[in-house]
Design a protein around this ligand. Sequence first.
Ligand SMILES: Nc1ncnc2c1ncn2[C@@H]1O[C@H](COP(=O)(O)OP(=O)(O)OP(=O)(O)O)[C@@H](O)[C@H]1O
Ligand SMILES: [Mg+2]
Length: 249
Amino acid sequence: MLLEVNDIQVHYGKIAALKGVSLRVDAGEIVALIGANGAGKTTTLKTISGLRPLTSGRIHFDGNDISRMPGHLRVVAGIGQAPEGRGIFPGMSVQENLLMGSYAKKGARDSGLVEVYELFPRLAERRSQAGGTMSGGEQQMLAIGRALMAQPKVLLLDEPSMGLAPILVAQIFTIISEINRRGTTVLLVEQNASQALQLADRAYVLETGRVVKSAPASELLTDPEVQAAYLGGDLDTEMQMDGDRRIRP
Ligand SMILES: Nc1ncnc2c1ncn2[C@@H]1O[C@H](COP(=O)(O)OP(=O)(O)OP(=O)(O)O)[C@@H](O)[C@H]1O
Ligand SMILES: [Mg+2]
């Protein structure tokens, strides 16, 4: 097991955003975390990367208890994060943005650049261009590339497909799959549950700060409750076509 989150609670002031979340990610896996707005997906990732403190519970990574470890040391330990909303530096060039990613792990700098430019030829072409002038899809690639610069063992991705046109969404998912194929474990938060579940090995469903389901992704894809709540109500349509024999509680 690479990452184990054990019964964590996280508060914003008095409000509990996570009410005892547990999950695990094994080396080599792609694990998806899905759930509605406000369910606690971003909070879960931020707590794993050390951007939010936990109130109780434990996080183990690569054999060590990292529950109280500062965020920059978690980067060194092998936790990389591409944050929600990308968070790139608009006035800095693409390459300067990427180098910020190896700040905590300077030894990784040159090999990191080679690898990121290989994965994202577009970033190589635009290495001198200001980050803020890149398109939405390119900025997302830059955010992922920056997280890869420290050569993480696990990559935490928060809604990488947000705001992207369908063709770019497909590209981003292909790249995530390629990053995983090259050996990086991935924990993926997505509103785009259908695509996330098609890519992932396993998934967790988060509702108001709790895990309500966890299963192989292929099982969740055909789970009626998951379909109704997160997959655009495909099941409803199917059942209506089947003579409207829907049974509702
Ligand atoms: N900085 C903050 N201050 C106060 N409450 C917050 C803060 N950030 C998040 N919360 C609250 O914590 C809960 C979980 O938020 P979080 O951002 O983790 O959800 P999410 O699943 O990522 O949602 P989304 O799909 O909208 O990104 C929500 O109720 C949210 O309002
Ligand atoms: Mg979020």
